[in-house]
Ligand binder design. Structure first.
Ligand code: NAD
Ligand code: TYD
Length: 354
């Protein structure tokens, strides 16, 4: 089996669903169920013996050691993190705890597990760390996109904590020989995306008749990748990536924030026109910029293509259409996330330990 951490979050839950749709190898899913973790994302796996869910912290060394000894995974894929830049600006404590200390404790527990395996299992074992392009910092408008050799220049507390975790993973390979792989991916979007991030926030606010808050001039650039493509990239790196290497994953799809928001408005105008006949674009409002806001991210994804034959399957047109449809088709998921009702469920399920 494989151990997935953070598998109840946005990308992690997509990955678990995608994995079990492609493989029969079971998944042990360790997730703390923070505000961003939603067990309901995995409801379609209820009763499926291939999915074992454990609520817990990657920083809980005793728990992780017990799980590793009990289930003996052949690989660990580390998605667990605090992931929202704006939250990291308001308070970075949880980011340092989970992204830095948590990754360190996880690496130590995994190293002990790996060392205790017989030779053949040790050779085949992998620790895949899921990271972000934000560790590279901000690009000038005409600068070439980030390659794997770009210097680390993190600018936000979030990206600094992810950069620290990447460095720990690298060191555990170079010093201890742990067979690691790291992926640095651009901005994802798709089903189960928590509506604090740009794309889902704009969709749910538009439908609720609320303002669409664009930071500053809205000309910041991100490279958007459909989450299903990120999942296939991770599967491919796990299967064929060279130990100790890092792979940049991107969508070849740079767009300004304002262009993204206008595309969403145009799609909603088509699929769910406003009762008053006006465009959702009238709800766009420019608000105060994010402090330290990175101007541009862009991924040069040639290495993963030439070495591993991976390219995104979705275009932005197809991916954003699927995503908007998914949100239109799942109003109960949105309502539950927004009301916090899923947190009440966590409270009941875990007897007040939430
Ligand atoms: P998310 O915030 O939606 O989910 C994070 C998950 O981790 C949640 O289920 C949460 O409960 C869990 N978690 C948090 N702290 C934990 C802990 N201490 N122990 C166990 N579980 C814990 O994040 P996401 O957008 O799904 O991102 C997943 C990973 O991918 C992160 O490492 C992130 O840095 C990286 N990443 C995200 C993007 C993106 O666009 N969202 C892009 C590139 C890389
Ligand atoms: P976000 O989804 O938070 O991802 P990240 O900051 O990790 O790239 O934001 C994507 C871009 O959208 C980023 O440039 C900030 C901007 N943004 C807004 O303009 N308004 C918003 O309400 C949010 C959440 C983000």
């Amino acid at each position: 089996m494989i151990l997935v951490t953070g598998g109840a979050g946005f990308i992690g839950s997509n990955f678990v669903l995608d994995w079990l749709a492609h493989r029969d190898e079971p998944v042990l899913n360790l997730d703390k169920l923070t505000y961003a973790g939603n067990r309901r994302n995995l409801a379609s796996l209820d009763g499926d013996a291939r999915h074992v869910f454990v609520r817990g912290d990657i920083g809980d060394a005793a728990l992780v050691a017990r799980l590793l000894a009990e289930h003996r995974p052949r690989a660990v894929i580390n998605f667990a993190a605090e992931s929202h830049v704006d939250r990291s600006i308001h308070g970075a404590e949880d980011f340092v705890q989970t992204n830095v200390v948590g990754t360190f404790r996880l690496l130590e527990a995994v190293r002990a597990h790996w060392l205790a395996r017989p030779e053949a299992e040790r050779a085949a074992f992998r620790f895949l760390h899921v990271s972000t392009d934000e560790v590279y910092g901000s690009l000038a408008p005409d600068a070439p996109a980030f390659t794997e050799r770009h210097p680390y220049e993190p600018n936000s507390p979030y990206s600094a904590s992810k950069a620290a975790s990447d460095h720990l993973v690298r060191a555990w390979h170079h010093t201890h020989g742990l067979p690691v792989l790291t992926t640095n991916c651009s901005n994802n979007y798709g089903p189960f995306h928590f509506p604090e991030k740009l794309i889902p926030l704009m969709i749910v606010n538009a439908l609720a008749g609320k303002p669409l808050p664009v930071y500053g001039d809205g000309l910041q650039v991100r490279d958007w990748l459909y989450v299903g493509d990120h999942c296939s990239a991770i599967r491919r790196v796990l299967e064929a990536g060279r130990v100790g290497e890092t792979y940049n994953v991107g969508g070849w799809n740079e767009q300004t924030n304002i262009a993204i928001v206008k595309t969403i408005c145009a799609l909603l105008d088509q699929l769910r026109p406003r009762a008053d006949g006006q465009s959702y674009a009238t709800q766009i409002t420019h608000v105060k910029d994010r402090p330290g806001h990175d101007r541009r991210y862009a991924i040069d994804a040639r290495k993963i293509e030439s070495d591993l034959g991976w390219r995104p399957a979705e275009t932005f047109d197809s991916g954003i259409r699927k995503t908007v449809r998914w949100f239109l088709d799942h109003p109960e998921w949105v309502a539950e996330v927004q009301s916090g009702a899923y947190r009440d469920w966590v409270q009941a399920q875990y007897q007040g330990a939430a």
